[in-house]
Structure formats: structure tokens, C-alpha cells
Design a protein around this ligand. Structure first.
Ligand code: ADP
Ligand code: MG
Length: 558
């Protein structure tokens, strides 16, 4: 070992270390995620470099990460046989912060601990997070392609400086030895380490190994503790349906198989992979809009969080699966996800994906789509209000009962309605009522039935809300049949129109008597031509609340 040299950290590193130790104490375990992730990156880099220089792998082509603890010594060691670092690389990587936006980050620090810890999350803590649990860190590394006497040892107490020395190192790769702080002793337990690895790093493609121990706690070899290659990183064509189905069960905690799935690698403004599933059955808390969403977020195959609500709109809350971003920082927090260009683009892309996947299902397998609709249709009906940008696409997925089939099950799509519409009809007629029967038997439908005009029959609680957010579909406006002056316009012929006008004149005296008798309870009384069987019906003004909405408001105590 040559004489060690002492160097000072770059000012920003000192600031970062101080900040980290003081703001991340409640989330100590992330150090392992960061260090294992670095080891995995080192393997990725070596693999990539070996593509053009096969000799780099030498006779050591099985890449791994090994994590072990030594209670007596009070150390945790994270080792890899990845790319390693030269002395120069150690100097820059572990002595400075060479990230773009560093100056900007430090200028935003306020001294307010809560605010700063959020910022630091956004920035990414990386290697320096070792000092959250260690009061001293030793790094022993040797770059791939260099000789055994070109090893480098870096040590630091995380205060102002680090020592660097040239050492003998028999094998390529990096060992990181953490001398664990008193208050972080819990991490000297290998079971605890193992549970952190399975929590955050299960899907890393590299095997993460821990010591195999016999009954006397003697180290006898290495066992992989993660499941190995991340399914979603594999080529679609190499993954069987059974593998997708099995993966669904773990990711969605469902015993059943999924209805369908979609696996996408997206490149462009943002780079990510998504693996999204639509379940067969509804979860027990589907109706709770605050229920946990089923999308897991990964960054570069490292698990970041469950239920990333920002990645999927509420009306698609039945979707399960994951998204893996190549662009987000590893330490991304929920606050950051909330207002983030990368997240937004992942959310928009995935929303489109789900909607088009459903459209395709509706077209190719109408019976299966019907099953989906019967299970999740009511949730999808929240869509037009929540997501106006995709309103037409969502509308095309809606299914209704209608006078065409007179069946309770909602099976009619708006496209089927448009197709059956006569050339003269320019509106999509619908009625909202308390029950299917009340809709079906409403006297307002009489004239429509007589003229053979189809009317959509809506009777779910959410329908009034839905229709108040949809004004038209494919340029045909929606028209409630219980609202205002019903002008069937072009659909009436000249002779009928004349008849109507004559009748209106002859009923004038009766109308005045009705208005007098009902007084304030009504706005007006008029002659209608929409009834063929019933003598009278109640309607609302175009601009007024519908009777359904009035009932809803009343029920809500308004
Ligand atoms: P990031 O991983 O975001 O680049 P880190 O602070 O985690 O930032 O790591 C800083 C740099 O140190 C890495 O970019 C890498 O070059 C180097 N490094 C850290 N750990 C290892 C390792 N185990 N093997 C090789 N290089 C490493
Ligand atoms: Mg890192």
C-alpha cells in the first residue's frame, strides 16, 4: 500500500452530507437501495462495455452483487464484480457532485428541514447515503481491464475530507464497507437486510446474493435473495402468457388471472416501460375513490413506491401493474411526482394505452368487453368528467340500455346508436331515471317509440353527473327527452306541424286554467305532442336542474 493522500470534499458534497444525515434519519433503509442500485449499474456498465471488448469480463462473466453483515466488526459490506473505478474516477465520483443542475439545487436550499428533505429526494442521494447509517465508509475498487496492483482504496468519515490510496486488489469490482453507527445497529441483522433487498431490489436483473450460513452461523456460500430478471425488461416475444399471468398475481395480489394486459417500451420525450393489467374481478374497495391505486413505480428497475396515484387517472383505478422510468431520480417522492413533466407524460401515454386496449377488446371480443363493462363500467363513467381530453374515446367505450333492445343490461354503444339513427335525426336522445323500469316506462318516451327513434335509458346514480359532462358525441349533441321544448325538428312533416299548431290554439283556455290552479308550483303549462298514451307529464326547462339532479341535491341536503 502506497502512502495515502488526503483530499477535501467539494463544498457541495459537504453540504449534501450534512443535509442528508439531518433530514433522512427517518428513512435510513434507503442507503441499501442506493448502494445495491449502484452495484447493479456497475454491472450494466460492464456488460455494455464488454459488448465491444469481450476481454473485460475475463473469466468472471457471472455478474453479482453481494451483501453481508459482520456483527462483531460492526460492518455491512456491499460488493460487486462490475466495472469498478480507476483512481481518477474515484476522485470525481466520490469526491464531487458531477450532476447537472447541482448549482440550481443548492441555490434552492432554504434551511427549512421539511422543504430541504423534499428537495434532496428530488436531487437523489446516491452513494453519499451510506453516511446515513455509517460513521465511516471504506471503498475498495478495481476497474475492469486494470491489473491487481491498480486497486484504489477510498475512506472517509463523511466530514470534510477523504483519504485515497493505491492498493492490491485481486479481483475486478467494488467493495463498499460501512462501519455502522450505534443508532443504526438494526442493519447489522442479515434478515433485516434481506427484507430491504426484497422490498426494493427484487426485480433487479442482477442476482443479489447473501451468505448461506450453516447451523453454527458459518458462512458456507452465497444464495440469491432476489427473484432475478425483471419480467418487464425482457423482450415481449420471449414472455409466455403464463408468465404474464403469474406475474400479475404477484403484482396485483390477486388469485385470479387478469382479463388482459399490455406491455410497452416507450421511447421519446420520456423513456419508460409499462406493464399494465386489467383484472377480471373488481376489488372490494373499487367504489371508494380514495382507494389505493394499483400502479407500482420503478426507476431503472429499482422499486420506488406502491400505488403511485399520479400515474393513472382515478377513473382507471382498476388498472394494476407497474411503470419503470429511465428518467426519474431514484429518490423521487410523491410530492415530486405530483407536478412533474415526466410523470405527466407517463400518465398520458398509459391512459391512452388502456383506452385503446379497451377499444380493441370491444371490437374484437364484444362478449369479453361486455364482462368488463358489467364489472368496471360504472367507474369508467367517471371518465368524461375527469378527463375531458379523452372524452370522445371514453364515450365510445360506454354502454347503455336503450329502447332499441329494451333490456336491462347496458349493451348499446354510442356508435351503434349513431349507426341506427335516421338521416334526419340530429341528436342523441336519452333519459335518466331512478331505475331501469322508471326510465323504460316514462311517458316522455311515447312519441319516440311511436316514431321509431331510439332513446338511451340511464338509471345509475352517476348517470346524471355523466350526462352533465357530455355535450356531444361525434358532433351529435345529447338531448334529454324530459327537458324543455322537445323539437323533433326535421323529423316532423309539414302536415303534422300544422295539426300541432291548430291543437295548441284550441287548448289555450285550458292551459290558462291549469296555470291559475297550480300557481307558484310550476313555471308554465304547455301543449305537448310527445305523449301518445298518457294525458300529461312533468318536464324541466332546458337551463334548469333536471328532476334527477334536483333529487340528488335534495338527498345530499342541499
Ligand atoms: P448515480 O448513481 O446517480 O450516478 P451515485 O452518487 O449513486 O450517483 O454514484 C456516483 C457515481 O459513483 C456513479 O455514477 C458511479 O460512477 C460511481 N459508483 C458508485 N458506486 C459504484 C460501484 N459500486 N461501482 C462502480 N462505480 C460506482
Ligand atoms: Mg446511484
Amino acid at each position: 500500500t502506497r502512502q495515502a493522500e488526503t483530499h477535501g470534499f467539494q463544498t457541495e458534497v459537504k453540504q449534501l452530507l450534512h443535509l442528508m444525515i439531518h433530514s433522512l434519519y427517518s428513512n435510513k433503509e434507503i442507503f441499501l437501495r442506493e448502494l445495491v442500485s449502484n452495484a447493479s449499474d456497475a454491472a450494466d456498465k460492464l456488460r455494455f462495455k464488454a459488448l465491444s471488448d469481450g476481454s473485460l469480463l475475463a473469466d468472471d462473466g457471472e455478474l453479482w452483487v453481494r451483501v453481508s453483515a459482520d456483527k462483531d466488526a460492526g460492518t455491512i459490506t456491499i460488493s460487486d464484480n462490475g466495472i469498478g473505478m480507476t483512481r481518477e474516477e474515484v476522485m470525481t465520483n466520490l469526491g464531487t457532485i458531477a450532476k447537472s443542475g447541482t448549482a440550481d439545487f443548492f441555490s434552492q436550499l432554504s434551511g427549512d428541514q421539511a422543504k430541504d428533505s423534499r428537495l434532496i429526494g428530488q436531487f437523489g442521494v446516491g452513494f453519499y447515503s451510506a453516511f446515513i447509517v455509517a460513521d465511516s465508509v471504506t471503498v475498495r475498487t478495481r476497474a475492469a481491464g486494470t491489473s491487481a496492483d491498480e486497486g484504489v482504496e477510498w475512506t472517509s468519515r463523511g466530514e470534510g475530507e477523504f483519504d485515497i490510496a493505491v492498493i492490491q486488489k485481486a479481483k475486478r469490482g467494488t467493495d463498499i464497507i460501512l462501519h455502522v453507527r450505534e443508532d443504526a445497529n438494526e442493519f447489522l441483522d442479515e434478515w433485516r437486510l434481506k427484507s430491504i433487498i426484497t422490498k426494493y431490489s427484487d426485480h433487479l436483473s442482477i442476482p443479489v446474493q447473501m451468505p448461506k450460513r450453516d447451523d453454527d452461523d458459518k458462512h458456507t456460500g452465497w444464495d440469491s435473495v432476489n427473484s432475478g430478471q425483471a419480467l418487464w425488461t425482457r423482450d415481449k416475444s420471449e414472455i409466455t402468457d403464463d408468465e404474464y399471468k403469474e406475474f400479475y398475481k404477484t403484482v396485483a395480489h390477486d388469485f385470479d388471472e387478469p382479463l388482459l394486459w399490455s406491455h410497452n417500451k416507450v421511447e421519446g420525450t420520456s423513456e419508460y416501460t409499462s406493464l399494465l393489467y386489467i383484472p377480471k374481478r373488481a376489488p372490494w374497495d373499487l367504489w371508494n375513490r380514495d382507494q389505493q391505486h394499483g400502479i407500482k413505480l420503478y426507476v431503472k428497475r429499482v422499486f420506488i413506491m406502491d400505488d403511485a396515484k399520479q400515474l393513472m387517472p382515478t377513473y382507471l383505478r382498476f388498472v394494476r401493474g407497474l411503470m419503470d422510468s429511465a428518467d426519474l431520480p431514484l429518490n423521487v417522492s410523491r410530492e415530486i411526482l405530483q407536478d412533474n413533466k415526466i410523470t405527466r407524460s407517463m400518465r398520458n401515454g398509459s391512459t391512452k394505452k388502456i383506452l385503446s386496449m379497451l377499444s380493441k377488446l370491444a371490437k374484437d371480443e364484444p362478449d369479453t368487453y361486455q364482462e368488463f363493462w358489467n364489472t368496471f363500467g360504472t367507474v369508467l363513467k367517471e371518465g368524461p368528467a375527469e378527463d375531458s381530453a379523452n372524452q370522445e374515446k371514453i364515450a365510445s367505450l360506454l354502454r347503455f340500455a336503450s329502447t332499441h333492445e329494451d333490456q336491462r343490461e347496458a349493451r348499446v354503444s354510442l356508435d351503434a346508436y349513431l349507426e341506427r339513427m335516421s338521416e334526419k335525426q340530429d341528436k342523441i336522445y336519452y333519459i335518466v331515471a331512478d331505475s331501469y323500469e322508471a326510465a323504460r316506462d316514462n311517458p316522455a318516451l311515447e312519441i319516440f317509440r311511436q316514431k321509431g327513434i331510439e332513446v338511451l335509458l340511464l338509471s345509475e346514480r352517476i348517470d346524471e353527473w355523466l350526462m352533465s359532462h357530455m355535450s356531444e358525441y361525434k358532433e351529435k349533441p345529447f338531448q334529454s327527452v324530459t327537458r324543455g321544448d322537445l323539437d323533433l325538428g326535421e323529423l316532423d312533416d309539414a302536415e303534422t306541424k300544422q295539426k300541432h299548431e291548430a291543437a295548441e290554439k284550441s287548448f289555450k283556455p285550458q292551459l290558462e286554467r291549469f296555470e291559475k290552479a297550480l300557481g307558484d308550483q310550476i313555471k308554465t303549462v304547455r301543449v305537448t305532442h310527445r305523449l301518445t298514451q298518457s294525458p300529461a307529464c312533468i318536464v324541466t326547462d332546458d337551463n334548469d336542474m333536471s328532476t334527477q339532479m334536483a333529487k340528488l341535491m335534495e338527498a345530499a341536503g342541499q
